[in-house]
Design a protein around this ligand. Structure first.
Ligand code: FAD
Length: 488
């Protein structure tokens, strides 16, 4: 096992009490219900009733229907006509062929952590749940890791520790492989690029059920690249192989072009004047190196007055388990992106982001529905962008010239038992999304966006993504029959 003594600054989070979400049930026509019922019957007959389960007959149906992290996506709001629990790639192909031929509504669920209502479940349609395809393996000869889609990053990291390697995956153990579809930010990203930059090959079930294997230089190279950020629009991945990395590879170069300088400055300014008792500040600083260099690299953050601090060496797995998020609550996301370079021209936009957040949070602090809100800044340093370019590029293609930037997540989480977002809170959340400043030319982070944000349009490779989508889904089946990112 590789013990890691630290890492990079990764996430800086401003917590508070407060906030909420949006619509829940997707409205589909009665005809869709009939189509789904017929497709489920057909699939039950070809795959069997332990793989294809319905609400009335399947013992695992409720587990699958309630697996989603956000309760806005659970069985109270969405009752898939049936859930397909594939054990093999062939099962996925069979399901997809029937869905495509019958023009049925469908959805796919891996780790279940989508913050977009309706993106990992479906009403009057077929849910493909990867609960039973959840293993990982390591091939030391090729130094690659193979992940089946139902595995969570904590379990994958735990299983691979014995080989001294780790996947470039999520920063929270319970998150799943759907993270790769939006690029994916890992603690290892500053050295390795987005998680998806590390793909070696991908098996992809195309929308019509055809299985292809995409690599960086075969005939599906365009699909391979599109899948490094193109969301769930290009097919279903029954497995992916990626480069294995030593768990201690991340590094952090602290220099004047690093956007964290402006973040530290923003925190100091807002924190020293903080008048909102509901809001607390957590800073997670992760560094791979000695404590002395940690102290030197993060001096600006460490000099901000704090009430408690814990500095300790952690294994990579410990690190993923160090930050947890409550399960079983309704949650919605919103995204923006800011560059903090050069410092003086950018701090005002960071301050404005915080002010909008503060206004929202103090407004809804006494709402009976809200558990908490979160404003989270994830640095994307220049080294991460560079690593993506070196590994064949992705459709996100953040500009190198900015010297790095921050992906910003605005998260609103409801209290247990709240099944629908309330209108006033949703109005406030949309106000933040519409007004949060963002630096022109920077991509938004699909994994942390609102369902209605046009994330693809912010990508440097938007035109490329549209061309590849038109090639692999010429009838636009996915856009019309499953919920997902807008703009294709
Ligand atoms: C607590 C928490 C921590 C997070 N931390 C991070 C982080 O550190 N880094 C980061 O980048 N993101 C992070 N995220 C965002 C996270 O990456 C996204 O929510 C991601 O979509 C979750 O993937 P999943 O497999 O868990 O979710 P799911 O909801 O199962 O899947 C997400 C989307 O991908 C689709 N999908 C999943 N698998 C497949 C497949 N095999 N083929 C086709 N489509 C598929 C689903 O239909 C859905 O639309 C975090 C989210 C939460 C809630």
């Amino acid at each position: 096992m590789v013990a890691v003594s630290g890492f990079i600054l990764l996430a800086t989070a401003l917590w508070c009490r407060g906030a909420q979400a949006q619509n829940t049930t997707s409205s589909t026509s009665p005809a869709a219900a009939v189509t789904a019922a017929n497709t489920c019957a057909q699939l039950a007959s070809s795959l069997g009733t332990s793989i294809v389960q319905t609400q009335s007959s399947g013992p695992e149906y409720s587990i699958g229907a309630n697996f989603a992290w956000s309760t806005f996506n659970d069985e109270v709001n969405f009752q898939p006509t049936c859930i397909v629990f594939p054990n093999t790639t062939e099962h996925v192909q069979t399901a997809m062929k029937a869905i495509f031929q019958n023009k049925a509504e469908y959805s796919v669920q891996a780790g279940g952590h989508s913050g977009m209502t309706g993106w990992n479940t479906v009403e009057n349609g077929i849910l493909i749940s990867f609960i039973n395809m959840n293993s990982t393996s390591y091939d030391s000869q090729s130094d690659t890791i193979t992940l089946l889609p139902g595995i969570h990053w904590g379990d994958a990291t735990s299983a691979l520790q014995q080989y001294g390697v780790a996947p470039v995956g999520g920063r929270v153990a319970t998150v799943g492989t759907g993270l790769l579809l939006g690029g994916g930010i890992s603690y290892l990203s500053p050295a390795e690029g987005y998680a998806a930059d590390n793909y070696v090959s991908l098996d992809v079930v195309l929308v019509n059920g055809t299985l292809v294997t995409a690599t960086v230089d075969n005939e599906y190279a365009d699909l391979f690249k599109a899948l490094k950020g193109g969301g769930n629009r290009f097919g279903i991945y029954p497995n992916s192989s990626s480069e294995a990395v030593l768990a201690a590879l991340a590094h952090f170069v602290h220099d004047t072009t690093n956007p964290n300088a402006v973040l530290a400055s923003t925190i100091r300014t807002t924190w020293e004047n903080n008048s909102s008792p509901e809001i607390e500040l957590d800073i997670v600083l992760v560094y791979n190196g000695t404590e002395a260099s940690f102290n030197q690299s993060f001096a600006e953050f460490l000099s901000i007055p704090y009430t408690s601090i814990a500095v300790q060496p952690l294994s990579y797995l410990d690190l993923l388990e160090a930050v947890t998020f409550p399960d079983g609550l309704g949650t919605l996301f919103g995204a923006s992106a800011l560059t903090g370079v050069p410092v003086n021209s950018s701090i005002e936009q960071y301050l404005e982001t915080y002010r909008l957040y503060n206004n929202f949070t103090t407004t809804f602090a006494s709402s009976p529905d809200i558990a908490f809100t979160l404003l989270d800044f994830s640095p994307v340093p220049r080294s991460q962008i560079q690593a993506g370019y070196e590994k064949g590029t992705n459709p996100i293609v953040p500009p190198l010239g900015t010297g790095g930037y921050h992906e910003i997540l605005f998260q609103v989480t409801y209290l247990e038992g709240v099944t629908q977002p309330s209108e006033d809170v949703e109005e406030g959340r949309q106000f933040w999304i519409a007004n949060a400043p963002s630096t022109p030319g920077l991509p938004f982070f699909l994994n942390e966006a609102d369902a209605n944000q046009e994330v693809f349009a912010t990508y440097g490779g938007y035109k490329f993504l549209k061309q590849v989508y038109a090639k692999y889904d010429p009838t636009r089946f996915n856009v019309e029959h499953t919920q997902g990112p807008l703009g294709l």
